[in-house]
Design a binder for this molecule. Structure first.
Ligand code: ASP
Ligand code: MG
Length: 409
C-alpha cells in the first residue's frame, strides 16, 4: 500500500460526466490498495468566468475579496467529486485548502505556501477516507483565504505530496504528458517518457504549459516524482524525477515557446552606479515581474537597457519606467508588445559546444530575426517576433529532433 497524491485539472472535471469519470479513476487506484489524496482544479473555465464577473462589478476588484471569490471554483469541484465517490460507495471527504492546512503568506492572487499542516488530511486518511482537497488556495496567519496564482493547483498537489511523504504525485490533465515541443504546432513532437527536474523547470518556466513551474521546483526540493498523464486515456505519461539515465540526459530534450512577451528599452542611459536599481526596484514594488534583462556595454558612458515583461504588464511597466527614465536623464523609452520567445532545453548543452550556433543557424535559415538572446547552463532562449514563433518552433524541432528520447505507447 502506498500513499498517492493525484491532481485533476479543470478540463478533466469540466462537467458532471467527467467528474464521474475522474471518480472512477480514483476508485481504481483505491481498489489497488492505495491511500489516495486528490487535488482538483475548478471546473473548465470557471476561474476565467469568475475573474470576468469581478471586473464587471469593479474596475479594480479588491484583492482579498477576489481571492475568496476565485477559491470557490475549486471548492465546487472538490465537493462534487466527493459526492461522486460516495455515490459509488467509496468513503470520501472534501476539504478546502484552509481545512487541509495549506498555510500561505498574504500576497493575494500569488500567495506562496509557507507550510502544510496536514493533520486533518492524515486523520481523514486514517479513517479510511479518500481525501479531496480544493487546489489553488490556502489560508494566511490571519485566516484570510489566498490563491496561489493561475495554474496553482499543481503546486498544491506537490506540496501535499511532499508534506505527506507520498510515493508519487500524479498530475492528470488533457494532454498525454510532456512533449519535445507543443504537439499543436509540431505534429512530429514526441512524448518524453521521463525528464529531469532541472530540464522540466526550464521548459515550464519558458512556456511549456503542461505544469506549473513552482510545482516542479517543489518536486525537486522534496524529491517527489511527478507523473504527468492524461485523465482521458490510459497512456503512460511522462515521469519527472531525479534519476534520469545519463545518456538520455545528454541531449536537447525539448523546445518551449511563449507568445506573451513584451519588451521595453530605455535608450541612452547614463552608465553609473544605481541606475539599474532606480529602474528595477520600483518595478518590483509595483508587482511587475521582469524576465530577461540585457544591458549593453556602454560607449562613452551611455548605454541601453532592455528588459521583457508579459504583455499584460506592459502598460503598467511603462507607467512606472517612463518618469524614472526622464529623471535619470535617459534619452527615451521604447516598447514592443508583439514578441515571443523560443527556447531549447537540455542538460546536454552544458558541456558540448555548438548548440547556440545550431540554434541561430536554424532560425536564420528561416530568415527569423533574433532580438535578444539569453541563456542558462541548460537553456538557450531567443526573443523574436510573435508572428514567427510557430515557424521557429518547427524549425528548431526539425534541427534538434533526432535527439529527443522517444517513447511509444
Ligand atoms: N483554477 C485555477 C486556474 O485556472 C487554478 C488551476 O487550475 O490550477 O488558474
Ligand atoms: Mg485551470
Amino acid at each position: 500500500m502506498a500513499l498517492i497524491v493525484q491532481k485533476y485539472g479543470g478540463t478533466s472535471v469540466a462537467d458532471a460526466e467527467r467528474i464521474k469519470n475522474v471518480a472512477r479513476r480514483i476508485a481504481r487506484t483505491r481498489d489497488e490498495g492505495h491511500q489516495v489524496v486528490v487535488v482538483v482544479s475548478a471546473m473548465g473555465d470557471t476561474t476565467d468566468k469568475l475573474i470576468e464577473l469581478a471586473y464587471q462589478i469593479s474596475e479594480r476588484p479588491d484583492n482579498r475579496e477576489l481571492d475568496v471569490l476565485l477559491s470557490t471554483g475549486e471548492v465546487v469541484s472538490s465537493t462534487l467529486l466527493a459526492m461522486a465517490l460516495k455515490a459509488m460507495g467509496y468513503p470520501a471527504i472534501s476539504l478546502t485548502g484552509a481545512q487541509a492546512g495549506i498555510r500561505t503568506d498574504a500576497a493575494f492572487s500569488r500567495a506562496r505556501i509557507l507550510k502544510v499542516e496536514a493533520k486533518r488530511v492524515i486523520k481523514e486518511l486514517e479513517k479510511g477516507n479518500i481525501v479531496i482537497v480544493a487546489g489553488f488556495q490556502g489560508i494566511t496567519e490571519e485566516m484570510d483565504i489566498t490563491t496561489l496564482g493561475r495554474g496553482g493547483s499543481d503546486t498544491t498537489a506537490v506540496a501535499l505530496a511532499a508534506s505527506l511523504g507520498a510515493e508519487v504525485c500524479q498530475i492528470y490533465t488533457d494532454v498525454e504528458g510532456v512533449y519535445s515541443a507543443d504537439p499543436r504546432l509540431v505534429p512530429q513532437a514526441q512524448r518524453l517518457a521521463e525528464i529531469g527536474y532541472e530540464e522540466m523547470l526550464e521548459l515550464a518556466s519558458y512556456g511549456a504549459q503542461v505544469l506549473h513551474p513552482r510545482a516542479v521546483e517543489l518536486g525537486e526540493l522534496f524529491h517527489i516524482p511527478i507523473l504527468v498523464a492524461s485523465s482521458f486515456t490510459e497512456k503512460p505519461g511522462t515521469l519527472i524525477h531525479g534519476g534520469v539515465a545519463m545518456e538520455v540526459r545528454n541531449k536537447v530534450r525539448g523546445i518551449a515557446h511563449n507568445r506573451n512577451v513584451a519588451k521595453i528599452t530605455v535608450v541612452g542611459v547614463p552608465d553609473r552606479p544605481g541606475i539599474a536599481a532606480a529602474i528595477f526596484v520600483p518595478l518590483a514594488e509595483a508587482g511587475i515581474s521582469v524576465d530577461t534583462i540585457v544591458q549593453n556595454a556602454s560607449i562613452q558612458g551611455i548605454t541601453d537597457l532592455t528588459f521583457t515583461v508579459s504583455k499584460g504588464d506592459l502598460a503598467r511597466a511603462m507607467e512606472v519606467v517612463e518618469p524614472i527614465a526622464k529623471s535619470i536623464g535617459a534619452r527615451e523609452c521604447v516598447s514592443d508588445a508583439k514578441l515571443g520567445a523560443v527556447s531549447i532545453v537540455g542538460t546536454g548543452m552544458q558541456n558540448t559546444p555548438g548548440y547556440a550556433a545550431r540554434m541561430f543557424g536554424a532560425l536564420s535559415e528561416k530568415n527569423i530575426n533574433i532580438q535578444l538572446i539569453t541563456t542558462s547552463e541548460i537553456r538557450i532562449t531567443c526573443i523574436i517576433n510573435e508572428a514567427e514563433v510557430e515557424e521557429a518552433v518547427r524549425a528548431l524541432h526539425q534541427a534538434f529532433q533526432t535527439e529527443a528520447d522517444t517513447a511509444s505507447g
